[in-house]
Design a protein around this ligand. Structure first.
Ligand code: ZN
Length: 279
């Protein structure tokens, strides 16, 4: 039985869907709500061609659902609760609409670690490498290809127990670090890792923090990322079906033990993988 959140993401249209374009006017601004790290579902009239939808500079995934178009906007973990995120839609005939996403609070767990200062601060060389890689990965994660994914339902990338640590707020010696932007799977080194959905490999590299990493483009800005791999068994530009092996679980990068770190991105925002995976 899928969780309520996943069911809602995958196959229901909320009451707000009622006649979004009705009345011939655009006076009423529609408002939906979502949590940081969640997905805002915004339905649009299905009698026109698909609208182009944007959040800031990034295109937003739009999927056909029955007789409607539904935009799925990823809400970044860093978005403050209580704030309003504006999503801009443009219909094929040029008519524009702005939809407001009210960001609701979500209490993610906190983890406080005391570590020797030398372990927190990177050397000049490591910092330079990290900055370079961060810029490269940020660019890759903004990939948007027009062909939509066949489904938003992903399959589990590795057999093994999952942590529920998405969104975990980490502090080293009292200093906030970036929150945990994925789901960790416990699995022995060497366990096969498969693509969670059909797509194209858009990045495969060995990076300072995530170690050996593969990124798959599923279409319309839906991307998945697999980190800390012992081995990469694919190459950039390869097209893979869902369930296709792409590597092996490992402990590369900055980690203390073998596990798979799995992230899901929509419009370049990391969203909770649990929304897409089977229970
Ligand atoms: Zn992780």
């Amino acid at each position: 039985m899928p969780s309520i959140a996943r069911r809602r993401l995958l196959n229901s249209i909320p009451a707000l869907a009622l006649s979004p374009w009705a009345g011939g006017g655009w006076a009423a601004v529609r408002r939906v709500s979502a949590v940081p790290g969640g997905v805002a579902r915004i339905p649009f009239d299905g009698t026109h061609p698909a609208p182009r939808v944007r959040l800031g500079e990034d295109r937003v995934l739009v999927m056909r659902e029955a007789d409607a178009w539904v935009a799925h906007a990823g809400i970044a973990l860093s978005t403050p609760p209580g704030s309003i995120v504006k999503v801009q839609a443009e219909r094929a005939d040029g008519v524009a609409e702005s939809v407001e996403v009210e960001v609701a609070p979500k209490a993610y767990a906190e983890q406080h670690l005391k570590v020797p200062p030398g372990k927190v601060d990177l050397s000049k060389e490591d910092l330079a490498r990290y900055e370079r890689e961060r810029a490269h990965l940020a660019k890759v994660l903004r990939t948007f290809s027009e062909a939509p994914p066949a489904t938003l339902a992903l399959q589990t990338p590795v057999q093994g127990p999952r942590s529920s640590s998405f969104g975990l707020r980490r502090f080293f010696n009292g200093q906030p670090r970036s929150p945990h932007n994925g789901m960790d799977f416990a699995a022995a080194a060497g366990t096969p890792v498969v693509a969670a959905g059909a797509g194209r490999i858009i990045d495969a590299g060995d990076y300072f923090f995530p170690g050996k990493t593969v990124i798959v483009d599923h279409g319309q800005g839906l991307l998945t990322l697999y980190a800390h791999l012992a081995a990469i068994e694919t190459r950039v530009d390869e097209r893979v079906p869902a369930g296709h092996p792409i590597g092996k679980v490992g402990a590369t990068g900055r980690v203390t033990g073998a596990h798979l770190h799995f992230s899901v991105f929509l419009n370049a925002a990391a969203v909770d993988p649990a929304l897409f995976l089977p229970d």
